[in-house]
Design a protein around this ligand. Structure first.
Ligand code: ATP
Ligand code: HSE
Length: 316
């Protein structure tokens, strides 16, 4: 369960008193997620998500994320803007962490996406990219290609405690990706973490896109590659569902589209996506505090995906 920072009922009730949202009825730590502390909060008027920003989210980046959400919401994308208190402030401090009260969106995250759901997710990403074409703010990717070598070095030989020989294998993965990484593809604002658990669905329709805290300026097609690597494998990364993968790309093409140059680099971008999530998971595996209520995610699930992108042509 991702609750790094416990919030008492008394403190939460006092926090909510800043807003016109009624009084606290109940709150519950949310099991999903590894990055931030999230509570589901019910008041006498509505349901909300309370997020306390933890390790990888810098407080100084929050105004960028809030502007991005406001921009997407204004253009009809199903994203949850932060609620403003009576003074018009969205970004607060709670238990020493930056915190926001966020609109709750209905829907569920799918665990085993169908091609129809994958099409809808690809289409939703395309609509998001279309809406972001005139979003002018920029943020470097804090988990982008330039960070992978230092992160690998920080993990160091400890990687071998996860699996024997893992440090050497990860170094070889990095060499491959850095050798092939494209430098001439269009950059734009991307979500950079659009996993199935960050897409809320009702049936085959997308009802919410959440968790924009890795959003940044990077190669736009990298977002599509991240989507592909996250959606078209089983959780352990052992088997790939080509129909789901193809549906993601078809959905994206239906609402935005890839150029031939972007399409030709998807395999390299997908390997980069695997390396990024392998490294963040490996770092967390080695460094998660013993008392954190969080379920660590398996880094090897992304090593296996990387291997599959290396052997199979998943973007014919
Ligand atoms: N606005 C929202 N509406 C409904 N549910 C939400 C909302 N925001 C978050 N959630 C729920 O909380 C869970 C965790 O949120 P989120 O994905 O933002 O956490 P995280 O720790 O940043 O996760 P991740 O590991 O994906 O980076 C989601 O899977 C979803 O169930
Ligand atoms: N979505 C990521 C967590 C964010 O870094 C993962 O599943 O590893």
């Amino acid at each position: 369960m991702a609750v790094y920072t416990p919030v008492s009922a008394e403190l939460l009730a006092a926090f909510l008193a800043r807003y016109d949202v009624g009084e606290l009825v109940s709150s519950k730590g949310i099991a999903e997620g590894v990055e931030n502390t999230n509570y589901l909060v019910d008041t006498t008027t509505d349901r909300f998500i309370l997020t306390l920003y933890e390790k990888r989210v810098e407080g100084g980046d929050l105004p960028y994320f809030m502007d991005l959400l406001d921009h997407l919401a204004a253009s009809g994308n199903p994203v949850p803007p932060a609620i403003k208190d009576r003074d018009g402030t969205a970004i607060q401090m709670l238990e020493g962490r930056p915190a926001c009260l966020i609109q709750f969106l209905p829907g569920v995250s799918v665990t085993h996406p169908t091609p129809a759901q994958a099409f809808a997710a690809g289409q939703a990403m395309g609509r998001m990219h279309a809406a972001l074409a005139d979003f002018t703010r920029e943020r470097p990717n804090s988990m982008g290609v330039a960070t992978w070598q230092p992160l690998l070095e920080h993990c160091g030989a400890d990687l071998d405690s996860i699996a024997p020989g893992l440090h050497a294998e990860a170094s070889a993965m990095l060499d491959t990706v850095l050798r092939d990484w494209p430098s001439d593809l269009p950059t734009a604002t991307i979500h950079a973490d659009l996993f199935p658990d960050n897409v809320l669905m009702r049936g085959d329709q997308v009802s919410g896109l959440i968790d924009f805290y890795f959003a940044c300026t990077d190669i736009r097609a990298f977002d599509v590659a991240i989507l592909h690597s996250a959606w078209s494998f089983d959780a352990e990364g052992r088997s790939v569902d080509r129909a789901v993968g193809a549906a993601l790309i078809d959905g994206y093409d239906a609402s935005f589209g890839l150029s031939d140059a972007e399409r030709g680099q998807l395999s390299t971008l997908a390997k980069g996506a695997c390396l990024r999530f392998f490294l963040s998971r490996a770092w967390d595996w080695l460094n998660t505090p013993a008392d954190a209520l969080v379920t660590r995610k398996d880094p090897l699930a992304y090593l296996r995906r990387f291997q599959t992108y290396g052997t199979d042509d998943l973007f014919p």
